[in-house]
Design a protein around this ligand. Structure first.
Ligand SMILES: CC(C)(COP(=O)(O)OP(=O)(O)OC[C@H]1O[C@@H](n2cnc3c(N)ncnc32)[C@H](O)[C@@H]1OP(=O)(O)O)[C@@H](O)C(=O)NCCC(=O)NCCS
Length: 185
């Protein structure tokens, strides 16, 4: 990934392109940890190192970065930024279990937004999260994302989450779609 020949630094995190070694440092165990993958769109299958190597070799992301803590070089997660169509980007975050709830998700989301608007000159960031996955919804709203849309799927009964939801309860919502435009940065 040409853009990331040099190390990128944000606060107490530094970023390097994901390499084969990251598979064994944590990525493989994260992908096989149901607690971490339950809200992801990826398959729920058991991953092998070969699966992830193949993924890495065919990855067409604008950035696929391994995130390390500056203080002790611990590998804490992955950040992926990809272009959906011209100027419109999305991103994905995966953080190891013992590094969750420490504010890294919020920081990685800020880095994703900055990469899109400043480095890749994008106009819009769109990202979705499952309605029951509260942390990503919280940090997206904290840093200025708006709820742009919802995806309905026969999975979650909205009345369970919103007492006064006005629709017929046969409608179910699976995901919230968030967006952030460049001028709001
Ligand atoms: C989702 C994920 C990226 C969040 O990262 P994180 O580092 O744990 O999140 P943060 O510590 O930055 O917390 C972000 C906000 O969510 C809140 N939060 C964290 N866990 C929460 C929970 N279980 N329930 C409700 N709110 C929660 C935090 O309080 C914080 O809000 P605040 O700043 O207003 O206090 C991380 O848990 C992860 O990688 N999960 C597995 C993969 C995944 O689900 N990725 C996202 C797919 S959309």
């Amino acid at each position: 990934m040409k853009e990331f020949d040099s190390t990128l630094l944000y606060k107490d995190i530094y970023f390097l392109p994901v390499q084969d070694k990251n598979i064994y440092l944590g990525w493989l165990s994260w992908m096989n940890n149901p607690k971490l993958t339950k809200y992801l769109d990826s398959d729920t299958k058991q991953y092998t190192a070969e699966d992830l190597k193949k993924y890495l070799n065919t990855d067409a992301s604008k950035a696929f970065l391994a995130c390390y803590r500056v203080s002790d070089d611990m590998y804490l997660g992955n950040l992926r930024v990809h272009e959906l169509s011209s100027g419109i980007f999305s991103y994905g975050i995966l953080i190891g279990e013992k590094f969750q709830g420490l504010g890294y998700g919020t920081k990685l989301c800020k880095v994703a937004v900055n990469l899109v608007f400043k480095r890749f000159n994008g106009d819009l960031v769109v990202a979705s999260s499952k309605i029951e996955n509260q942390a990503p919804s919280a940090y997206k709203t904290n840093i200025g994302f708006c709820i742009a849309d919802t995806i309905f799927a026969a999975k979650w009964n909205l009345k369970k989450y919103f007492k006064n939801f006005p629709r017929d309860p046969i409608f179910y919502m699976d995901k919230l779609i968030f967006s952030k435009i460049k001028s709001k940065l």
